[in-house]
Design a protein around this ligand. Structure first.
Ligand code: FEO
Length: 163
């Protein structure tokens, strides 16, 4: 049984994951507009992963006998951004999500909610992986400077992402 504060925070996290999905979908659309299908595919798959994160929390709330309360999802606005700016923004957003997951863990520890602590461990490791994969792309983009050929090679590599 979830305590009310934990249930509220988990519901807020569902909203944050859906917002992340929306944000990445917006970034994917921006990459498509720029004629960069490899980067667009990477962001689309990322958007799908974020929905999976939201659904994991959705199911967990129900498993614990709680109620899912869905809220409005904010409009994403990536504006006019170059490819590298999109990844910088994605990293910034992942750091925000990591902070939010850590706050959920803090609450689970404070309230002796052992099941939620175990549930959140997966998210903590997932955030580590997500931040590192975005950072890796930023590093590759930095290494190639302003080279169009480099952008093409990185795009092709990202296009091979399967899930
Ligand atoms: Fe669900 Fe990318 O954090």
């Amino acid at each position: 049984m979830l305590k009310p504060k934990m249930e509220k925070m988990l519901n807020e996290q569902i909203n944050k994951e859906f917002y992340a999905s929306y944000l990445y979908l917006d970034m994917a659309a921006k990459c498509s507009e720029m004629g960069r299908p490899g980067f667009a595919k990477w962001f689309k798959l990322q958007a799908k992963e974020e929905i999976e994160h939201a659904m994991k929390i959705y199911s967990y709330i129900h498993e614990q006998g709680g109620n899912v309360k869905l809220d409005a999802i904010d409009k994403p606005n990536v504006g006019e951004s170059a490819i590298k700016d999109l990844f910088e923004k994605a990293l910034e957003h992942e750091k925000y999500v990591t902070k939010s997951i850590n706050e959920l863990m803090d609450e689970a520890v404070k309230s002796n909610d052992y099941a939620t602590q175990i549930f959140l461990q997966w998210f903590i490791m997932e955030q580590l992986e997500e931040e590192s994969s975005v950072q890796e792309i930023i590093d590759s983009l930095n290494n190639m400077g302003d080279s169009k050929a480099g952008l093409y090679v990185i795009g092709r590599k990202l296009y091979k992402r399967k899930e």
